[in-house]
Design a protein around this ligand. Structure first.
Ligand code: ADP
Length: 594
């Protein structure tokens, strides 16, 4: 096994990898940019190296610097996490070529083959895996695309060879759109992936996104760990992932798992990977392979009990998989919620800022993968993810009930988050029934619903629909029972009355079962009820002289007798209430004149 591993990443995934290293007795090396000096992954690692300024291109993507640091630190392996350099075959090759350093991932040539989508499609077809109808060669000419449109029927998708996450993918609904779509897919491919080569696929109208986790060692063993359902997407980006899929039956599950195994075996693939499929009308079609650990690997770990990152390390160290395919059992259900610093009511725009409050949930069935703490700043340099909340239950229904509990108790203040969106989904019939397709959110989710969700559960009110404790809520004990009292806007914060001059006298007047009811004397001289209750007795009548602190009546409220006292002296002008009356908060009890 390795002695020291450099993790070429940041945030939660860097910490996740380091946790696996720690359990295997491996020392860890972090790299960080100027923006991440106080990053959670830096703190977690045994040693850490600054690799450059905030822009990823000058730090986390600086291949030479990262390999150099690995050598300086005497690390004997590099784990890339996901994103950044994780799917960069050239970087993998560079690490493979570096003296004394092992690449924790698939061989660079398998990455190269599977990273190019048309090559991957060819390999899969050779392995007898059904692929989405389309080309296995790049296309360049609009006329060619038009012919394909005719052959498959519109809509079709023009996809960048190097694409992913919906980037570099253009949907074409008619012949007239071909030319523009082709140009823009090429442009995006060039801009994001340095590769302007594109190909054409039939665009499925309402598919499920089903992906199979695979693990392969260097001794010819290939296992699949069942599927994940990532059908809940916004603009082709995954938002909630789960395992197992509510949409597969046992037979299709078996078929799709075996197809994934055949495909990666054909490609000479080792280590962890994901084979992605679209499923429509009971048929499945290969889409692409992700040659790395994925964000959502967690849900597979939860339902199989297999630590995928630990196996990435063991396989890279030439160990053999110790379990057979039949040993892999799926138990229970797991869902992952990406908690991002984004405002769902503003088109999910990132909202960088300080994590003023950060109180994640705990207790049974809750796993949290994160690298932040209260007080941290969520910066704008990298992705907006704060944490991944993974909830497990006996079955899907149980898991969703538990998820509500966990999300209610996830309190974040200072930045907007996707928590209100997740809570919305847990009340959404289509998601709850598992009938959603990849198109569901884009077609059905409207702005008003999102606005309302953020209003209801968002910002200050995150964590169970209660306003922020620091400003609007006070806790009181009445007869030993605790009440959280919301102080409405526009009403005085501290109870007034008693002391002349408006000092606080709202505390108990001494009797075990009686208190001094806060009374409000408005400018007009009205003493009003500060809470809803019943008038037990009236102590004054018109013409009486009262001094500040005198009891003018007694109210029963919250099962307790409360003396209502005058806060200033004066003559009683009128008493609009009588014994036995019910009064509301704000009702006038006694009017004084100076
Ligand atoms: P990645 O899985 O790396 O994000 P893609 O960009 O290829 O890769 O796909 C992202 C999403 O776009 C898929 O999950 C799916 O929702 C949608 N998609 C991709 N190809 C097709 C297709 N041919 N038909 C329908 N939807 C597709």
């Amino acid at each position: 096994m390795f002695g020291k591993v450099l993790v070429a990443n940041r945030g939660e995934i860097a910490v996740r990898v380091m946790a696996a290293c720690e359990e295997l007795g491996i020392e860890t090396v972090a790299v960080y940019s100027d923006a991440d000096r106080n990053g959670g992954h830096v703190e977690y690692a045994d040693e850490a190296y600054n690799v450059g300024p905030a822009p990823a291109s000058e730090s986390y993507l600086d291949q030479e610097e990262i390999v150099d640091v690995a050598q300086r630190a005497d690390a004997d392996a590099i784990h890339p996490g996901y994103g950044f350099l994780a799917e960069n075959a050239a970087f993998a090759a560079r690490v493979e070529a570096a003296d004394g350093i092992t690449w924790i991932g698939p061989p660079s040539d398998a990455m190269e083959t599977l990273g190019e989508k048309t090559k991957a499609r060819t390999v899969m077809q050779e392995a007898g895996v059904p692929v989405v109808p389309g080309t296995t060669d790049p296309v360049a000419d609009p006329e060619e695309v038009r012919q394909l449109g005719e052959e498959y029927g519109y809509p079709i998708a023009i996809k960048a060879e190097g694409g992913g996450g919906g980037r570099g993918m253009k949907i074409v609904r008619s012949e007239a759109e071909v030319e523009d779509a082709l140009e823009s897919a090429k442009r995006e491919g060039e801009a994001y992936f340095d590769n302007d080569s594109v190909y054409v696929e039939k665009y499925l109208e309402a598919p499920k996104h089903i992906e199979v986790q695979v693990l392969a060692d260097e001794h010819g063993n290939v296992r699949h760990l069942g599927e994940r359902d990532c059908s809940l997407q916004r603009r082709h980006q995954k938002v909630i992932e789960e395992a197992p899929s509510p949409a597969l039956d046992g037979e299709l599950r078996e078929e799709i798992g075996e197809a994934a195994r055949r495909g990666v075996r054909e490609a000479g693939y080792t280590n962890a990977g994901t084979v992605e499929f679209l499923v429509e009308d009971g048929e499945f079609y290969f889409m692409e392979v992700n040659t790395r650990i994925q964000v959502e690997h967690t849900v597979t770990e939860e339902v199989t009990g297999i630590d995928i990152v630990r196996w990435q390390l063991r396989v890279a160290a030439d160990e053999e998989l110790t379990f057979a395919q039949d040993d892999v059992e799926i138990e229970g259900h797991a869902v992952e919620y990406r908690i991002n610093a984004e405002n769902p009511a503003e088109d999910f725009a990132p909202t960088p800022g300080p994590l003023e409050t950060y109180e994640p949930p705990s207790s049974i069935g809750v796993r949290l993968d994160h690298a932040v703490a209260q007080g941290d700043e969520i910066g704008g340099d990298y992705d907006s993810m704060i944490a991944k909340l993974i909830v497990t239950g006996e079955d899907r229904d149980h898991c969703l009930d538990r998820s509500k509990r966990a999300l209610y108790h996830f309190t974040v203040e200072g930045v907007h988050t996707t928590i209100p969106f997740h809570l919305l989904m847990l009340d959404d019939e289509t998601f709850v029934s598992g009938d959603h397709t990849t198109k569901y959110l884009d077609q059905e989710l409207d702005d008003e619903t999102l606005d309302a969700a953020v209003e209801h559960w968002g910002a200050d009110a995150v964590g169970g629909d209660t306003p922020s404790a620091s400003t609007d809520e006070i806790a009181v004990e009445v007869n030993g029972k605790r009440f959280d009292v919301v102080v409405e806007e526009g009403l005085p914060r501290a109870p007034r009355g008693g002391d002349a001059g408006g000092g606080s006298s709202g505390g108990s007047s001494g009797g075990g079962s009686s208190g001094s009811a806060p009374a409000d004397v408005a400018a007009s001289g009205a003493i009003t009820a500060e809470m809803q209750g019943t008038v037990l007795s009236v102590a004054v009548e018109p013409g009486d002289e009262v001094a500040a602190g005198d009891v003018v009546c007694v109210l029963e409220a919250m099962k307790m007798e409360n003396d209502v006292v005058a806060s200033t002296g004066g003559t009683v002008a009128s008493v609009p209430v009588a014994e036995g009356d019910s009064v509301d908060m704000g009702d006038t009890l006694v009017v004084l004149e100076e």
